[in-house]
Write a protein that binds this ligand. Structure first.
Ligand code: ATP
Length: 296
């Protein structure tokens, strides 16, 4: 019976097939299946890189952003749009009830199922997102994952000063795109922002603005809105720093097999030049590294 293997597995067989043996006599050594993980602080381009890679490697993406797993707040949590997905299937993106807590254990369970189903289709799973606690729970604390899969981590990094200015501008763009109306849906009269999607940066910060909706004086409202937006920018920058520290910890303490890509140059340019720099310093080298990992 002819079995059609995906390209990367065909390459593995070719590489491991011993000389002198006829193919029928040879039972290949069982290789662990391979998973690519893309990490990086918020705003560095993890989603873009994972989609770039998925278009080249017949892959599907498993989202591991703690807030993007929930339904709703597409602008606030910066979910990829359908157009940005470029037809690549995404798992665990915008599917969880926004009022429940999706724990690390839940993530491990659902992400494992997603990885299995992607593998069954003969495709490469790419796990991408900012939540290091989700990734750590899956890769470090789940013995089943460790026994079944071999993983490789691509770390997208950008100089913190440049990233802070980028994410601040991104918040202004989110406001223009409708952040305030989205956040209003999750305004809590009791100011309880401890569960589910309400923890997303962009929701608790708007509380005072919504709370004081009876104030009609334009200047006071404008001041309250500006204070909320400044807080969102500040908290996003703090999140980026924290995520950066957490990634360093994963690398130093857990000795993960990690490759860092410095995307700063792409962030310093505009338009076509920025796209060229992204391809040259991030997407191109990442594709080469993944190619080696798959055929290793
Ligand atoms: P922690 O233990 O601090 O929760 P973590 O690695 O588990 O860290 P992170 O992805 O760093 O998780 O998220 C921490 C917090 O940052 C979230 O609880 C949320 O408040 C905020 N956050 C994360 N991702 C987003 C997002 N896409 N949009 C808005 N806020 C987010």
């Amino acid at each position: 019976m002819a079995i059609s293997l995906p390209a990367c597995q065909q390459a593995q067989c070719l590489l491991t097939f011993p000389r002198g043996l006829h193919m029928d006599q040879y039972i290949p050594r069982r290789q662990k299946n391979k998973v690519v993980i893309v990490v990086g602080p918020t705003g560095t381009g993890k989603s873009r890189l994972s989609i770039d890679l998925a278009t080249r490697f017949n892959a599907e993406i498993v989202n591991s952003d703690k807030m993007q797993v929930y339904k709703g707040l597409n602008i606030v949590t910066n979910k990829v749009t359908e157009e940005e997905c470029r037809g690549i299937p995404h798992h665990l993106l915008g599917i969880i009830d926004p009022d429940v807590d999706f724990t690390s254990d839940d993530f491990v369970h659902h992400a494992s199922l997603a990885v299995e189903s992607i593998m069954r289709k003969g495709r490469l799973p790419i796990i991408a997102g900012g939540s290091n606690s989700y990734i750590k729970a899956l890769v470090n604390d789940d013995l089943e994952f460790q026994s079944k899969y071999e993983f490789f981590v691509l770390w997208v990094d950008v100089s913190m000063a440049i990233l802070h200015s980028f994410v601040s501008k991104r918040v202004d763009q989110m406001v223009d795109a409708g952040l305030v109306d989205e956040a209003r849906e999750f305004f809590d009269l009791e100011a309880n922002y401890t569960r589910g999607i309400k923890r997303a940066i962009g929701v608790p910060e708007m509380d005072e603005f919504f709370m004081n909706k009876s104030i009609v004086d334009y200047e006071t409202r404008a001041k309250l809105l500006k204070a909320a937006i400044d807080k969102i920018k500040d908290n996003t920058c703090k999140l980026a720093c924290r995520q950066h520290q957490n990634i360093l910890r994963l690398q130093n303490q857990l000795k993960w097999n990690m490759h860092r890509l410095d995307a700063t140059e792409a962030f310093l340019k505009r338009g076509v030049e920025a796209d060229e720099a992204w391809e040259r310093v991030v997407a191109g080298p990442s594709a080469g590294i993944v190619e080696c990992f798959l055929h290793d």
